[in-house]
Design a protein around this ligand. Structure first.
Ligand SMILES: NC(=O)c1ccc[n+]([C@@H]2O[C@H](COP(=O)([O-])OP(=O)(O)OC[C@H]3O[C@@H](n4cnc5c(N)ncnc54)[C@H](O)[C@@H]3O)[C@@H](O)[C@H]2O)c1
Length: 254
């Protein structure tokens, strides 16, 4: 697919968590292609370095950061703000799954899933908001999931992703008068390593429920993110955008 890329992110500093693969990588590449200086974080240093080497333009950086650690998240974000003088966009993308029926979810797997998606989004947003407020401009985009409405065998992930929706809506109210918007994307089935890690039959069964009858590509998410985080999305806050081929519409009798 070819895009008519613009330079709408020229001079902007964009932060992305979990940028070393999957949706994060596609967003890092898209923001860079639209002129941003992208600073991204991930646990996976080797994959992060590869993504960094692939980017258009200059001024990008990768840091190995565990966003579940509030001090590490704050040190990363304050460091970028000190070096670059601004943070325009924060994308809270990092997330993990530890799927199981409730009787088989350990407390470690419960905590781990909430720690990355929900608490990680909180730690990074709290740190970034301090800098965005000062300049009266910011875009915070967090990652929910089609699962936020409920999904079998995922109560930890459902809770985390519904939590991201609540967090986004609450924070949108606090950010609004400071020029900071907060939105979420709820992806459906998008071709990434996370989706590939789901077992075969479950994967086929799910794809059959997508009204468009196919999975999405990371670039589909990146295109939506590039709009929601842009200056022109200035009057949009507190929304959850389904990017899912229609699966979030609900049940179908066919
Ligand atoms: N792929 C899908 O179909 C889909 C559907 C719905 C929601 N999502 C959500 O979209 C986001 C991205 O998903 P993906 O499919 O690209 O996942 P992915 O597993 O392919 O990539 C996630 C990245 O996050 C990083 N990460 C994990 N824990 C981290 C931590 N503590 N600190 C920093 N980085 C960390 C991983 O190393 C990895 O590079 C997630 O929040 C996921 O829940 C994905």
């Amino acid at each position: 697919m070819s895009y008519g890329f613009t330079d709408r992110y020229a001079d902007q500093i964009v932060l992305v968590t979990g940028g070393a693969q999957g949706l994060g990588r596609a967003m890092v590449q898209r923001f860079a292609a639209e002129g941003a200086r992208v600073h991204f974080a991930d646990l996976n240093a080797a994959a992060g370095a590869e993504v960094l080497a692939s980017l258009d333009g200059d001024g990008h950086a990768f840091d190995q950061v565990d966003i579940t650690d509030p001090t590490a998240a704050r040190t990363w974000i304050d460091g970028v703000a000190a070096d670059q003088g601004r943070i325009d966009v924060l994308v809270n993308n990092a997330g993990i799954i530890r799927d199981n029926r409730i009787e088989n979810i350990s407390s470690e797997d419960w905590d781990a899933v909430l720690a990355v998606s929900l608490s990680g989004s909180f730690h990074c947003t709290q740190a970034a908001f301090a800098h965005m407020r000062e300049r009266r401009y910011g875009r915070v985009l967090s990652f929910s999931s089609m699962s936020w409405r409920g999904n079998f065998g995922q109560v930890n992930y459902v809770a985390a992703k519904a939590g991201v929706v609540g967090f986004t809506r609450g924070f949108a109210l606090e950010g609004a008068k400071h020029g900071v918007t907060a939105n979420a994307i709820a992806p459906g089935l998008i071709e990434t390593p996370m989706l590939a890690s789901m077992n075969g039959p479950a994967h086929e069964k799910l794809v059959g429920k997508v009204p468009m009858r196919h999975t999405g590509q990371p670039e589909d998410i990146a295109a939506a993110a590039a709009f929601l985080c842009s200056p022109e999305a200035r009057y949009i806050t507190g929304v959850v955008l389904d990017v899912d081929g229609g699966i979030g519409i609900g049940s179908s009798i066919r």
